[in-house]
Design a binder for this molecule. Structure first.
Ligand SMILES: CC(=O)N[C@H]1[C@@H](OP(=O)(O)OP(=O)(O)OC[C@H]2O[C@@H](n3ccc(=O)[nH]c3=O)[C@H](O)[C@@H]2O)O[C@H](CO)[C@@H](O)[C@@H]1O[C@H](C)C(=O)N[C@@H](C)C(=O)N[C@H](CCC(=O)O)C(=O)O
Ligand SMILES: Nc1ncnc2c1ncn2[C@@H]1O[C@H](COP(=O)(O)OP(=O)(O)OP(=O)(O)O)[C@@H](O)[C@H]1O
Ligand SMILES: N[C@H](CCC[C@H](N)C(=O)O)C(=O)O
Ligand SMILES: [Mg+2]
Length: 496
């Protein structure tokens, strides 16, 4: 595509060089530049893409988009330079044009919020496939082009990757695409230039303050998604969340809502919640779902609402949705031969942990001898992420559990013991008696199993579907579900 066609309608501050240059590919990473590439210099959190302009040219880039013209701009006559106000945003607009506006050719629905994005996007994907559509999914767990699974590196990929994936989805006949929109992605313009058919807000609680600085900034980031929705889209919000209405304050999209507590476009009520699923009234129809926990009642209601807003028949939606299973690592049960109930859950924020533990408390029942199952929680917090949540998560674990084992999540580049000390700060002297700290996650899970008897519940929180542990940038195999199964087997054979 010619550079001048690519830049059509993009606000430019200055240019140097020919606009008739042919562009073969777009990239913001000098390491991926090839002959004929357009390199977009983006200022990042670690380094500045502008310092790689020379490398990009040496590797064959024929055009550079930047926020600051480099000195060589007027002397390099084989390369064209384009100065813009905001490279990251421009990249989104360029990607949409370069790939032929794929987001306009599918029904693209974005899901944002602190918790529940993967759950809602995955449920929508599974529901719409059951409704007979070919669908795409962009999620933390994985990306999917109908049946084909593509590993995910981010919750929301960069905007060039998104457009490439959307193009592949279109080639495979996908009509609907469901994607998570993280707050990082909004701030870094990873969704710039995408045309959404709908946006869903789940909730907002404490997370990522390391990145956003303040809670207000974090709210603004999430709201930014709704601010950029077109009038043709729907904006579906959870009005039971304190910030639910704020999200839609400035949106041009059609405002819709869901609630378990108050008047809303889509209204639900939890009738029963057990280890076998949720029984709900949804717009006055009674339905059983396979998911567990009141928080999932919200997820299900938003999925139902979005499906109806996308034109599906409410009764068909509920019939099919009642059979849909949750994504991996979300309240996933691993039960031992002697009936110890293991629950592996991706709860890695205070609110998620609170919800999961409240659910566990609600659904446990005393046995014939009137003994209430014990709750044993194994939890850690990731390194190089929001540190403020660490003591809070430890406190929540203690509040709801009979035993707590604090352990490592993904330490990344932090010292595991330092993270654990910050968690311990949330443990009161009284709770200290039931709390142990074991740095090694496998050992921690083994200890939990050794404390459990039949019908007791072990919650292993924080890593859910993850199949690795990241220590100093090295990812080694680690899967909470497999480790739990091993621990159950080992403890059974030790007893024999
Ligand atoms: C903090 C953060 O979000 N970082 C993201 C950001 O990287 P960055 O700003 O650090 O980039 P940088 O390393 O400073 O580089 C700046 C620019 O120079 C370029 N560069 C760099 C080196 C080089 O040799 N040549 C070159 O051209 C880079 O390609 C980049 O364009 O932009 C990159 C490209 O899009 C992302 O891969 C990267 O995600 C990192 C790996 C990450 O861990 N992100 C997490 C925090 C994240 O985004 N998480 C959210 C989900 C959170 C949640 O909801 O729970 C997500 O959406 O996944
Ligand atoms: N609607 C909800 N409200 C509160 N907590 C939830 C909700 N849905 C799920 N959770 C909890 O949060 C955890 C993560 O859920 P999910 O993966 O769907 O969230 P996410 O928003 O995609 O997270 P991430 O930001 O890491 O992508 C679940 O394992 C569960 O413990
Ligand atoms: N999307 C989240 C996932 C966190 C999962 C948790 N296991 C951790 O490593 O902190 C993030 O990248 O912040
Ligand atoms: Mg997710």
């Amino acid at each position: 595509m010619l550079l001048k066609d690519l830049l059509y309608k993009i606000p430019l501050l200055a240019t140097a060089g020919s606009m008739d240059t042919d562009i073969s590919s777009l990239t913001m990473d000098s390491r991926r530049v090839g002959p004929g590439s357009l390199f977009i210099a983006v200022r990042g959190t670690v380094t500045d893409g502008h310092s790689f302009i020379d490398t990009a040219i040496a590797q064959g880039a024929t055009a550079i988009v930047c926020e600051e013209m480099p000195d060589i701009a007027n002397s390099a006559n084989t390369v064209t330079f384009v100065q813009v106000q905001d490279s990251a945003r421009t990249m989104g607009l360029l990607a949409a044009t370069f790939y032929g506006q794929p987001s306009k050719r599918v029904k693209l629905v974005g899901v944002t919020g602190t918790n529940g994005k993967t759950s809602v996007a995955t449920l929508l994907f599974r529901l719409f496939r059951d409704l007979g559509y070919r669908c795409g999914l962009l999620s933390t767990v994985q990306n999917q082009i109908d049946e084909q699974v593509i590993p995910a590196t981010h919750t929301t990929p960069d905007v060039i990757t998104i457009n490439q994936l959307l193009t592949q989805m279109l080639e495979h006949g996908c009509t609907h695409v469901f994607m998570e929109v993280s707050s990082h992605a909004v701030v870094q313009e990873r969704i710039a230039g995408l045309t959404f058919a709908g946006g869903i807000f789940t909730n907002i609680t404490h997370d990522h303050l390391d990145f956003h600085g303040t809670f207000d900034n974090y709210i603004r980031a999430k709201k930014g998604f709704f601010d950029q929705l077109p009038a043709s889209a729907f904006a579906l919000t959870n009005v039971d969340d304190k910030r639910g209405l704020v999200m839609l304050q400035n949106t041009a999209a059609r405002k819709e809502s869901y609630s378990l507590q108050t008047l809303a476009t889509f209204k639900g009520k939890v009738l029963a919640d057990s280890l076998f699923g949720l029984n709900m009234l949804v717009d006055d129809r009674e339905v059983w779902f396979k998911l567990i926990g009141r928080f999932n009642a919200y997820n299900l209601l938003s999925v139902y609402g979005a499906a109806v807003l996308l034109g599906e028949d409410p009764a068909d939606v509920l019939t099919l949705l009642s059979g849909v299973t949750p994504p991996p690592g979300r309240f996933e049960q691993v039960v031992s031969d002697n009936r110890i109930v293991g629950i592996v859950d991706f709860a890695h924020t205070p609110d998620a942990l609170l919800n999961v533990l409240e659910t566990i408390q609600d659904i446990r029942h005393a046995d014939e001898q009137d003994r209430l199952p014990q709750i044993i929680t194994v939890v850690g917090c990731g390194g190089n992420r929001d540190a403020a949540k660490r003591p809070i998560m430890a406190e929540i674990a203690c509040r709801f559990s009979d035993w707590v084992i604090l352990t490592s999540d993904n330490p990344r580049f932090e010292e595991p013991t330092a993270i654990l000390e910050q968690m311990q700060a949330g443990v009161s002297p009284v709770d200290a008696k039931k709390t142990t700290t074991i740095v090694d996650r496998r050992e921690a899970i083994n200890r939990a199993v050794s404390l459990a008897g039949p019908h007791d519940i072990i919650l292993v929180a924080g890593k859910g579907h993850e199949t690795y542990q990241d220590v100093q940038g090295v990812k080694s195999d680690f899967d909470d579900r497999a480790v739990l199964r091993d621990a159950f087997l080992k403890s059974e054979s030790a007893k024999e």
